[in-house]
Design a protein around this ligand. Structure first.
Ligand SMILES: [Zn+2]
Length: 316
């Protein structure tokens, strides 16, 4: 039986918000079984709690924002991605501002933070969202869909009409029950186009954005002196985002997610469509009595143990 997980100790980090430019402290706290993932805003006079769910996502322009009434936490997708990859079910994420810090634009800093808090197994079984039938959403030529699959596959294709993007590096398919998130995905940074950055700044956004926390492109090329961390870093970052967006369900998925030019908005639409069609999925333990499920459980543990038993790989 695969058990729920939280962290053993509270840990903090500090960084700047990509859009607000504010300095923010983010603190992770342990949480009880079945509590799920909860964001809190400790800077408010009456601290608010936002329980993660697809229906708490209030804005999807530029990043995923969750909120209650006028209170919100923006850019939650990279920490959510790291929580998904490390198999954390129950945790409280406290921020003393309206945005999660951007760190280096990827999720590796959050992976290290979770690891430093020490992952702790709890007593109750972990629940998985098992996809039982095809479900898809479209928006013009964009597409996102779930299909049944024995594993957790993300198959992503991007298409940007820009000289720095080429066809070979626009498509990646990865099965997280077999392949390492830390090696393959965690260091892929967010990216933006210079013209957009200027436009965003005049509208009070992207204030914290710099070459230290994003890949920035002008009309022709990448402006970062050191270039890319992976030749296909752009699509790998879209996968990092999708892993975080899909974890708004609060449980790991057993199924295949396919995306063509998808983003935060379509990812969230797909989750809402899934939840509203209860015949298309079920919530299950990976029960060892069922051979297929036991095999899946073994694979899930292989990946999860990357975090609990071994040192995080050194990645060049
Ligand atoms: Zn992102």
């Amino acid at each position: 039986m695969i058990l729920q997980r939280t962290i053993k100790n509270s840990v903090s980090t500090r960084g700047v918000g990509l859009h607000t430019g504010e300095k923010v402290t983010l603190t992770l706290h342990p949480a009880n079984e079945d509590q799920g993932i909860v964001f809190t805003r400790s800077d408010l006079e009456t601290p608010i709690k936002i329980q993660v769910s697809p229906f708490m996502v209030t804005e999807t322009k530029l990043c995923s924002t969750i909120g209650v009434d006028q209170f919100k936490v923006s850019t939650v997708e990279h920490i959510m991605s790291a929580l998904s990859a490390s198999g954390i079910d129950n945790i409280v994420i406290d921020v003393n501002g309206s945005e999660v810090p951007i760190m280096d634009g990827s999720s590796i800093a959050f992976i290290h933070l979770i690891k430093s808090a020490i992952i702790k197994e709890q007593k109750k079984p972990k629940k998985f969202v098992v996809i039982n039938e095809l479900i898809e959403v479209k928006d013009e030529d964009r597409l996102a869909k779930f299909e049944p699959h024995q594993g957790f596959v993300i198959d992503f294709m991007i298409d940007f009409p820009h000289p720095a993007f080429n066809d070979e590096d626009s498509h990646v398919s990865i099965d997280f029950f077999k392949d390492s998130y830390i090696k393959g995905i965690s260091r892929a940074r967010t990216f933006g186009f210079m013209q957009e950055v200027e436009y965003l700044r005049t509208n009070g956004l992207a204030r914290g954005g710099s070459l230290d926390n994003a890949i920035v492109l002008d009309e022709y090329k990448i402006l970062n002196e050191d270039g890319l961390r992976y030749s296909d870093e752009f699509v790998r970052h879209k996968i990092l985002d999708a892993v975080g967006d899909l974890y708004m369900l609060g449980s790991p998925i057993i199924g295949k997610f396919t995306a063509y030019k998808s983003g935060h908005e379509l990812n969230n639409k797909l989750l809402r469509a899934l939840v509203e069609n209860p015949q298309s999925w079920s919530l299950e333990n990976l029960d060892n009595n069922n051979i297929e499920m036991a095999e899946l459980a073994k694979n899930y543990l292989l990946i999860a143990n990357e975090f609990s038993n071994k040192r995080i790989d050194k990645i060049q």
